[in-house]
Design a protein around this ligand. Structure first.
Ligand code: NG6
Ligand code: CA
Length: 511
């Protein structure tokens, strides 16, 4: 199929309107981002995964382009999502680390978001799934029994159906447009991250009540659906989610959003709960991977992707929709529950031979799967080695939409539309990522430099997670040492210096 050069379409439209002719019909596509949680670089079959059946994602890769050097901005969720949606490096702000479930809204209404960009370009905008960027005005002070004073409607989303934080954090309820779904007046909701509620059993005292999943570390506070959580919670009644139904609930609502907006442009941000802990997929996915709950959660994620693809097809929207499937950060095995993720790997390598995991400074922390499909615009069955980062989706969409933005919006985001559409194989000169303790790395096409850090060497849970923090610079030649084994900092001080100075320049506000 002939690949159209998208930017040219817009140039033609702009030229026509300047000369007073009728501009050709707008051709900007619907945009869907499906953002998995903790899905590693090696977790999907197009990236070498062996045991997990992901037929829908395979089909998507056959119809679109698969990226091998694509990065989230961080190796944990909150900063990664913040940067994706704002085009602003999270490490520029002090309040963007992994958020508690009762954090206040981190993105405030005055900040221009990706949703604002689409909304102002005439799109209907919707957010579904894991939010993890705070809700309500002030942290710890939300009244979950009333409409929240500040929610996603205030930052550009016309519709939202979300989880406040993560599956393992209270409150364990869905929130639709700032209000608890299925609110149960007989069971008012209270949430605290400071103190337990009297009379509410805790996971640490009542392991016998953890009938669905036992904790391995942490996750020993509130018990909901037989699973221990982070944070204390009381009430909720019929509003409380059942973990096994989360993927169905989110996917169903997202499909409904697509159907309702089939006749107008839409932007859909679908942030799945899969494959974050607690991994507790629906019964119909149990056992399909032979890798236990973690593998089955990947299969469930694949089902969600397939359901979206099928919905687009049945509505005739495939050709006019840019679909991006990616992940917020790298993989982790034991992340706090006894789900045997490590024991059942059966040869599977979630990091895809890269070093590290979620949380870490190493490549597997933030290098993520990215598959982009837009029939006729993105090469089918393509593979791109371009260096791309989620930080640039914002400015690249702006370019695609031919939109203007307020001064200062998305300050760290740059237009790499051609790279994102698989038409430019080079992409960025360098990509910056942050680890869990905010240690920064800069990656060029050849090198990876990691700044010195006084962070701990490892998290001690099983299997141990080596974070890669060292109190001296690290330098890896990724082209010959993709697994970051040989630190060349002492041998190549000039490369270290030049990469450190890029970091310094960008940290000082230049981008
Ligand atoms: C950690 C949690 C982990 C996970 C992570 C956030 C414990 C012991 N560990 O603090 O389970 O929730 O935060 O993950 O509580 S993320 O993908 O949302 O960044
Ligand atoms: Ca995550």
């Amino acid at each position: 199929m002939e690949i159209k050069k998208y930017t040219l379409l817009f140039t033609a439209a702009a030229a026509a309107s300047c000369t007073g002719q009728k501009a050709p019909e707008r051709t900007a596509p619907n945009v869907i981002i499906i953002l998995a949680d903790d899905l590693g670089y090696g977790d999907l079959s197009p990236y070498g995964a062996l045991n997990v059946p992901t037929p829908n994602i395979e089909r998507l890769a056959g119809e679109g382009t698969r990226f091998t050097n694509a990065y989230a901005t961080a190796s944990v969720s909150t900063p990664s999502r913040y940067s994706l949606l704002t085009g602003h490096y999270a490490w520029r702000r002090p309040d963007t680390d992994i958020a508690v479930g009762d954090a206040g809204m981190i993105i405030r209404p005055e900040q221009y978001t990706m949703a604002d960009l689409f909304k102002n370009s005439g799109y209907t905008t919707g957010a579904f799934g894991k939010w993890h960027l705070g809700l309500g005005d002030k942290g710890g002070q939300q009244d979950w029994n009333a409409p929240l004073p500040l929610a996603l409607g205030d930052i550009g989303f016309d519709y939202s159906y979300i989880m406040a934080a993560t599956g393992d954090r209270v409150p364990c309820v869905f929130i639709e447009n700032g209000k608890v779904v299925n609110y149960d007046p007989d069971s008012p909701i209270e949430v605290s991250y400071n103190a337990p509620f009297q009379g509410e059993p805790l996971g640490k005292d009542h392991p016998e009540l953890l009938y669905n999943l036992k904790s391995s570390h942490g996750h020993d506070m509130a018990i909901v659906n037989g699973i221990g959580r982070i944070g204390y919670m009381k009430g909720g009644g019929r509003a409380l989610w059942k973990d096994e139904n989360i993927a169905d609930s989110l996917t169903t609502r997202a499909l409904q959003f697509i159907r309702e907006n089939k006749d107008r442009p839409f932007f859909l941000y679908l942030a799945t709960n899969d494959i974050h802990v607690p991994r507790f997929p629906h019964e119909r996915f149990r056992g399909v991977s032979g890798m236990g709950l973690r593998g089955d959660a990947i299969a469930q994620f694949d089902w969600t992707v397939g359901a979206v693809m099928d919905q687009l097809k049945s509505l005739g929207l495939e050709d006019n929709t840019l679909l991006i499937v990616t992940s917020d950060n790298g993989p982790v095995l034991d992340d706090g529950y006894q789900d045997d993720a490590a024991a059942l790997l059966n040869g599977h390598d979630p990091s895809g031979r890269l070093r590290g995991n979620k949380y870490t400074v190493y490549e597997a922390g933030a290098r993520v799967p990215v598959i982009v499909r837009w029939p006729g615009h993105v090469p089918a069955g393509g593979e791109s080695h371009a260096l791309v980062s989620h930080i640039d989706l914002f400015a690249s969409f702006r370019e695609m939409l031919g939109a203007t933005m307020p001064k200062g919006a998305a300050p760290d985001s740059k237009n790499y539309l051609d790279a994102w559409l698989g038409q430019d194989g080079e992409g960025r000169e360098h990509v910056i990522t942050q680890a869990n303790n905010r240690t920064l790395s800069v990656r060029t096409r050849q090198w990876k430099y990691i700044e010195p850090s006084d962070g701990p060497s490892a998290y001690s849970w099983a299997p141990e997670i080596y974070l890669g923090y060292e109190n001296k610079p690290q330098l890896y030649l990724l082209t010959s040492d993709p697994a970051e084994k040989y630190n060349l900092a002492a041998e190549r001080p000039e490369v270290c210096d030049s990469l450190a100075s890029i970091l310094e320049l960008i940290s000082n506000g230049n981008n």
